[in-house]
Design a protein around this ligand. Structure first.
Ligand code: NDP
Ligand code: GDR
Length: 356
């Protein structure tokens, strides 16, 4: 196999991280293959600008239909593409939804990872294909130690966290059992203007933009006390790639080392939108009142509470800094602003926006 062959296969290519990673790898000269799911409507909005028609001469970005729950399909795609790097980013990635679809989440997020590792093994690509697993700070769950690092014990608090723990350990097992170059990136929350609309940061920036433009009355949120370590997805995609460039496979935390309450994030965003809010009340009675009009703009709705919650995440990225030379650049405050500005720009250009 020529040393300079650079072929990446990305599962979850249509998601937030898949979009950033594809761009990065194309810039670095890779041939990039992505697996997307069949959907009744377009699901390629995030990768529209890099999409290449199959008739494009010297095409470098290819999409394949597939699903992490279908092993024959995965084996075929791995066989056809023979990737030098395989990034497993596909997942049912919404923690709250995992309480409603626990079996599917385990199948896609847990066993899906096993299916990919087996595909590599069955095809005899153990020494040819480097593997990245999208592991998560959700595995830390109930607080055992802060800041959380690679050696912190896990205590998942959701079907999603539990499924991702299986994926984490099976990745390590294949590394040890078959000598595969397989690494876990234990990534803390990372956001961007491409973030899914139902994750809390994007939900807040979209709502603030819509309220500002008079297209929505109010935002309903769940637990405002939760604290998260939020970084920029673009920088985390770079970290994924760096892990696979190391001589030895290993597991790394990527985080900013700073934690912020959901309430605080919302306060910043509404302030930046020019509609600052005061929070008053407690628990389900807590509300965010517009400072100038006294109108309630944010209200707690218990439907968004989770049966078990992860209260506090704050990561220690020292290992990634020392070994990979990775560190975050964008602060959470800057990230919030970038996301709000992007949502305002999109909504200002949208002819009709339906309120929530
Ligand atoms: P997204 O939810 O934005 O993207 C998930 C991707 O997986 C989408 O392309 C989705 O396809 C695809 N997908 C879902 N189910 C399947 C399936 N059964 N078969 C094939 N593809 C599937 O997630 P992110 O980009 O934010 O995250 C990427 C990965 O990193 C995920 O595994 C996530 O769990 C993990 N992670 C994310 C963190 C974050 O803060 N963003 C932090 C730590 C880990 P479609 O577009 O059709 O829905
Ligand atoms: P998380 O992200 O669960 O950390 O998982 P999310 O943005 O969904 O929640 C963060 C925190 O905000 C609280 N919250 C709300 N969450 C949502 N979605 N909607 C609300 O209205 C709301 N109100 C309060 C939540 O309770 C929680 O405490 C993300 C995903 O990307 C995972 O795939 C990834 O593994 C982890 O980050 C790291």
């Amino acid at each position: 196999m020529p040393q300079d062959r650079k072929v990446a296969l990305i599962t979850g290519v249509t998601g937030q991280d898949g979009a950033y990673l594809s761009r990065l790898l194309l810039e670095k000269g890779y041939e990039v293959h992505g697996i997307k799911r069949r959907s009744s409507s377009f699901n390629t909005g995030r990768i529209e600008d890099i999409y290449e028609d199959p008739h494009t001469p010297h095409q470098r970005f290819h999409l394949h239909y597939g699903d992490l729950t279908d092993s024959t399909n995965l084996i075929r795609i791995v066989q056809e593409t023979r990737p030098t790097e395989l990034y497993n980013l596909a997942a049912q990635s919404h923690v709250q939804v995992s309480f409603e679809t626990p079996e599917y989440t385990a199948n896609a997020d847990g066993i899906g990872t096993l299916r990919l590792l087996e595909a590599i093994r069955i095809l005899g690509l153990e020494k040819e294909t480097r593997f990245y697993q999208a592991s998560t700070s959700e595995m830390f769950g109930m607080v055992q130690e802060v800041p959380q690092r690679e050696t912190t014990p896990f205590y998942p608090r959701s079907p999603y966290g539990a499924a991702k723990m299986y994926a984490y350990w099976i990745t390590i097992n294949y590394r040890e059992a078959y000598g595969m170059h397989a690494s876990n990136g234990i990534l803390f929350n990372h956001e961007s203007p491409l973030r899914g609309e139902t994750f809390v940061t994007r939900k807040i920036t979209r709502a603030a933009a819509a309220i500002k433009l008079g297209r929505q009355e109010k935002l309903y949120l769940g637990n405002l006390d939760a604290k998260r370590d939020w970084g920029h997805a673009k920088e985390y995609a770079r970290g994924m790639w760096m892990m696979l460039q190391q001589d030895e496979a290993d597991d790394y935390v990527l985080a900013t080392g700073e934690t912020v309450e959901v309430r605080e994030f919302a306060r910043w965003v509404f302030e930046d939108a020019g509609i600052p809010v005061d929070f008053r009340g407690e628990g389900i009675d807590e509300k965010g009142y517009c400072q100038s009009t006294g109108k309630v703009l944010i209200e707690v709705d218990p439907r968004y509470f989770r049966p078990t919650e992860v209260d506090l995440l704050i990561g220690d990225p020292s290992k990634a800094k020392q070994r990979l030379g990775w560190s975050h650049e964008t602060s959470v405050r800057e990230l919030a602003r970038e996301m709000l500005e992007a949502d305002l720009a999109v909504m200002q250009n949208a002819p009709i926006a339906k309120a929530d």
